[in-house]
Design a protein around this ligand. Structure first.
Ligand code: AMP
Length: 439
């Protein structure tokens, strides 16, 4: 290499003024919906006694490779993080469960009274193909239960928590698609039969599907491809290969759902994309109400039981089950279907000031109203009455406070009804009570 030749920095001219494909800004206008999602998650977590946990966004890549060796999520969709030393390989978290399991072990939660019920909320990253409901930075709310014995009650409780969240966000016609994939032992015989079944039909498979057949034939079952859809009608079903404990567990989960009156559909082809599941797997699927909603025919959340993951991470065998809700998708559905989930915004009075003295006294006036919990909007940066009236009008304010030189001097303020133009002058000391009568 020539001595003085500088190493060329990669050019980022093309992208630096634009957010990255599949990642979005959440603008002020959209914030109330996101806040509603978060407060609903908190309400559900509190009600069902899940304790919140926040884990880092960046973890060791091996955490995800260990938990999901065959999943697309790890093989194709992972974001890697380059470290300065280059020694470690880190990853942006694609899902919540492995981080929570790591934290469970790292903080000795096995000695906490069980069940340990944890909830999380935050961003996740998947190099997925961006489209409606599919983003590269996505947000999930999750609920996980670690228990001392395998208990179907907890499968039902995480399903319930997820379902209630969707319901509280006012989304109707969503149903629980549920299946069991049994234990690894009964699955082995089933996978052999499934492999043999698809091998016989090899000619009808694409190259990608053939690869999947070799690596993880179960995943062929949840393929949306038309040829597979037709074939899987005749495919062997896991239900015929369950041992008696697995059958009993599944029946018991279904009984809980029935007792709770939750709408469920048995779907023996549901396997889910993650490798660590055993027994129960489920997804919340929205049933489109008409053709225009066909594009919303996606899963709003899902989960399952993962009794071997803690052990796989070096802990002692610990039964566990969990659910994750896709917040972006829930909000996409709310926006597309124009569902009214937000309460009507509290009316704000608009403070209009005229002159320097009024401007000087305005902040103290706002504090007086803050003490009385009366929301105020203002445009203190504008000097002219016309400009401020225009902003108040645009904001849809029904009540304006006019605070001019004379009023500031006399310690009064004018309350103006923006619709009728009727005005009333009140002493500043009585402003809060006068406003409370009107709002
Ligand atoms: P998973 O972690 O794959 O079980 O997904 C749980 C939920 O997260 C799904 O049911 C979706 O609602 C949501 N989800 C998964 N991938 C994406 C994505 N790329 N963009 C937005 N939401 C997603």
């Amino acid at each position: 290499m020539e001595k003085n030749k500088k190493t060329k920095k990669p050019s980022n001219k093309k992208d630096s003024n634009q957010s990255i494909r599949g990642m979005r800004d959440i603008l002020p206008k959209e914030q109330p919906l996101w806040e509603k999602a978060y407060s609903t998650y908190k309400e559900v977590a509190n009600y069902y006694n899940f304790q919140p946990i926040t884990t880092p966004i960046v973890e060791q890549l091996s955490l995800y490779e260990r938990s999901n060796p065959e999943a697309d999520l790890v093989s194709k969709e992972m974001y890697y993080v380059k470290t300065r030393s280059g020694k470690d390989t880190l990853a942006l978290r694609p899902e919540g469960t492995p981080g929570v399991v790591r934290a469970y072990l790292e903080h000795g939660m096995k000695s906490w009274p069980h069940p340990v019920k944890l909830s999380y909320y935050g961003p996740f990253f998947r190099h997925d193909k961006p489209q409606l409901g599919r983003y590269r930075q996505l947000h999930q709310a999750g609920f996980e239960v670690f228990s001392s014995k395998i208990d179907p009650l907890y499968d039902a409780q995480v399903i319930l928590a997820g379902f209630r969240f969707i319901e509280m966000m006012k989304i109707k016609n969503c149903s629980i698609h549920i299946n069991t994939i049994g234990t690894p032992r009964c699955r082995t015989t089933y996978i052999q039969k499934l492999k043999a079944f698809f091998k016989e039909k090899q000619k009808l498979l694409t190259v990608e599907q053939k690869k999947r057949l070799e690596k993880n034939p179960l995943r062929l079952l949840d393929s949306k491809d038309k040829n597979i859809q037709e074939m899987k009608e005749e495919a062997p079903t896991i239900l015929d290969h369950l041992d008696s404990d697995s059958k009993k567990h599944f029946m018991s989960v279904l009984e809980y759902l029935e007792d709770l009156g939750l709408p469920y559909t048995l779907d023996h082809t549901l396997v889910r994309g993650l490798d660590y599941y055993t027994h129960t797997v489920f997804e919340f699927i929205l049933d489109p109400e008409n053709e225009a909603e066909d594009e919303l025919n996606f899963s709003l959340g899902g989960g399952g039981r993962y009794d071997y993951l803690v052990e796989q991470f070096g802990g002692k065998p610990t039964p566990a089950t969990g659910v994750a809700i896709g917040i972006d998708r829930v909000l996409d559905v709310i926006k597309k279907k124009e569902i009214q989930v937000l309460p009507k915004a509290k009316e704000k009075v608009f403070l209009i000031h005229i002159g320097d003295l009024a401007k000087r006294k305005s902040l103290a006036l706002i504090e007086q109203l803050r003490d009385a919990k009366i929301p105020v909007q203002e445009a203190l940066g504008k000097a002219s009455l016309a400009a401020q009236l225009k902003i108040a009008d645009k904001a849809g304010s029904k009540t304006a406070l006019i605070f001019g030189q004379k009023e500031a001097y006399e310690e009064t303020v004018i309350i103006r009804d923006m619709k009728t133009g009727a005005q009333e002058t009140v002493p500043l000391a009585k402003l809060a009570s006068a406003l409370k009568k009107r709002l």
